[in-house]
Write a new protein. Structure first.
Length: 206
């Protein structure tokens, strides 16, 4: 059993480096096996194919990030039930948690962000954008009504993109974790400042 688990881990480690170096689509199972020191038969004992290898590598991290975001939005939903009470510290907290989660699993995070083309995770961040857009719409509708001209369809879609892409922009620069944690405070301050300004405009006369 120990030998089997050791072989499986060698394959995962080799696959991770292969995907990071060549990307998913150009990754070679032959090279993965060679660098792991095993036969292709050993690979197929543990994994169905290249897609399965990638999925096993990123699945837990992808689930972790989505669960963190869902937990955060549930807290926001409770806060915004009655009135809009923006707590910047709450967003900074989740921002820092996301950054720390990325740096705790940095190679896997890079796989998900940079090497997902051709996999079932290719549109992972688009799904997060859709998730934020739906969440934001629920909050806005509750606070301002359905037909608010400020928070129109274009605005809502843009805001969701901005939220996700701002964090991806931080991670794309390969800052130290300390620098990234500092930067997330700046990003959150900017995003929420703009959102608050739009909210004030939307709530005029209410």
């Amino acid at each position: 059993m120990v030998l089997k688990e050791d072989t499986r881990q060698k394959l995962l480690d080799s696959a991770k480096q292969e995907f990071l170096e060549f990307g998913y689509q150009k990754a070679s199972l032959r090279r993965i096996c060679k660098n792991a020191g095993v036969t292709t038969g050993a690979l197929y004992f543990f994994f169905e194919d290249k897609a399965d290898l990638y999925d096993v590598l990123v699945r837990d991290f992808a689930t972790l990030i989505m669960n963190m975001l869902k937990g955060h939005t549930e807290i926001e939903n409770e806060i915004y039930q009655e009135v809009f009470q923006y707590d910047k510290d709450l967003d900074i907290k989740i921002g820092k948690q996301l950054i720390s989660a990325y740096y705790a699993h940095q190679d896997i995070g890079k796989l998900l962000i940079r090497c997902s083309q051709g996999t079932t995770y290719e549109h992972y961040f688009d799904r997060i954008i859709d998730f934020f857009e739906k969440h934001n719409k629920n909050v806005i509708i509750h606070l301002t009504g359905i037909d608010n001209p400020v928070f129109n369809e274009c605005t809502m879609h843009w805001l969701a993109h901005l939220q996700v892409e701002s964090f991806l922009h931080i991670l794309s620069h390969d800052f130290s974790e300390e620098k990234a944690l500092e930067q997330v405070e700046i990003v959150v301050t900017f995003l929420k400042g703009g959102f608050n300004a739009l909210m004030k405009e939307a709530l005029k006369g209410k």
